[in-house]
Write a protein that binds this ligand. Structure first.
Ligand code: HPA
Ligand code: ZN
Length: 341
């Protein structure tokens, strides 16, 4: 299907820095145009008359108010073709934003709860991802997230249902409503994932406290923290994250839209870099938060006055923090060093 087109590349515009995107929910890339097209294809009625009316709903008081819309719109995703089209539309946009490597989250429980099998989701996404290198020059990985506001048993059932697909999955993650759902709740399923040879990541310290970051590290054994901005409230934690160079996948435009941070000009990103943290910049749910990967780079450059060297550090960090093999990582780092806008 003709998905929403990526913005045309303007030959006179500066070329975006090569970068990896490490915090990207594929369901959060569902643009209104594609949502309406899929609704029509699948005979699903959306509670919005037009794309503009839907866009006007993108005003969020907090994480939960966003999640309500995010889950509701997923009703249009039903078939393998839908998931393939969704991922393909993201990859087309990501290419325009300088993304060379994408580690992509998906939320199987948000689909299985609607009667869509995990095989439909994974096979559909994999169809687009398998062609990403050839079509867009982007390498990809898949990260399967558990919904932390669902039970630990549901996460375990999901992991077992995913076993036939684990060869396509690089890591497990933890997302959805954070407060009241500490990482410790998912100790067992993360242990199983690690036993199966998967990497582990978890959203922590977005709306939830710094204590959840400690738990994600010490109890879940995660390799990266997603968001993690609230680590800045705990000096001892910052020292640990810096000493161990634990990557933090920060999402600046998301933080402002979900009111984690009042104003982009007050974002702790510069302080995090000064503290020696391995920070990366990502888009989270770009269809909802006003920008894709390079839009986030540009926004922090403008709001925080970041210089070219700092932006290049952020681009380098994105590859350093990725789950790539060493040879490919080095290849991409050389691309960053050689990049000329
Ligand atoms: N936080 C938690 N869960 C999510 C998010 C987020 O920013 N986006 C999609 N699921
Ligand atoms: Zn997220």
């Amino acid at each position: 299907m003709a998905s929403s087109p990526a913005p045309p590349s303007d030959v006179s515009a500066p070329r975006p820095l090569p970068k990896a995107e490490l915090h990207l929910h594929i369901e959060g890339t569902l643009e209104p145009e594609l949502a309406f097209a899929l609704a029509e294809r699948n005979g699903v009625k959306l509670p919005y008359a037009t794309e503009d009316e839907l866009r006007r709903a993108y005003s969020f008081a907090d994480l939960q108010s966003f999640l309500n819309l995010y889950y509701a719109l997923m009703a249009v995703l039903r078939t393998e073709d839908d998931f393939a089209d969704l991922a393909d539309a993201y990859l087309a946009r990501a290419k325009e934003q300088g993304v060379r490597h994408a580690e992509i989250f998906f939320d199987p429980q948000a689909h299985t709860a609607r009667g869509i099998s995990i095989g439909t989701v994974v096979n559909g996404l994999a169809r687009a991802l398998d062609r990403a290198q050839e079509n867009y020059g982007i390498s990809t990985r898949l990260i399967m997230c558990f919904l932390r506001d669902e039970s630990a048993e549901s996460a375990l059932t999901t992991f077992e249902a995913a076993r036939p697909h684990l060869h396509r999955i690089t890591a497990v993650g933890l997302d959805s409503a954070e407060v009241g759902h500490p990482p410790e709740k998912f100790k067992e399923v993360f242990a199983l994932a690690r036993e199966a040879g998967l990497k582990c990541v978890a959203h922590a310290g977005e709306e939830g406290p710094a204590a959840y970051i400690w738990e994600a590290l010490d109890i879940l054994g995660v390799d990266r923290i997603d968001h993690g901005v609230r680590c800045m409230e705990d000096e001892r934690l910052v020292a640990r994250l810096a000493a161990e160079q634990v990557p933090l996948t920060v999402c600046p435009l998301s933080n402002v839209r979900l009111r984690v941070i009042d104003d982009l000009a007050d974002h702790p990103l510069p302080a995090m870099l000064d503290a020696g943290l391995l920070v990366t910049v990502n888009s989270d749910d770009p269809a909802y938060f006003g920008g894709y990967a390079d839009d986030n780079f540009t926004a922090v450059r403008d709001a925080l006055g970041l210089d070219e060297a700092t932006l290049r550090t952020l681009a380098r960090n994105s590859f350093r923090a990725s789950f790539l093999d060493e040879a490919t990582r080095e290849k991409y780092l050389k691309e960053v060093d050689a990049h000329q806008a």
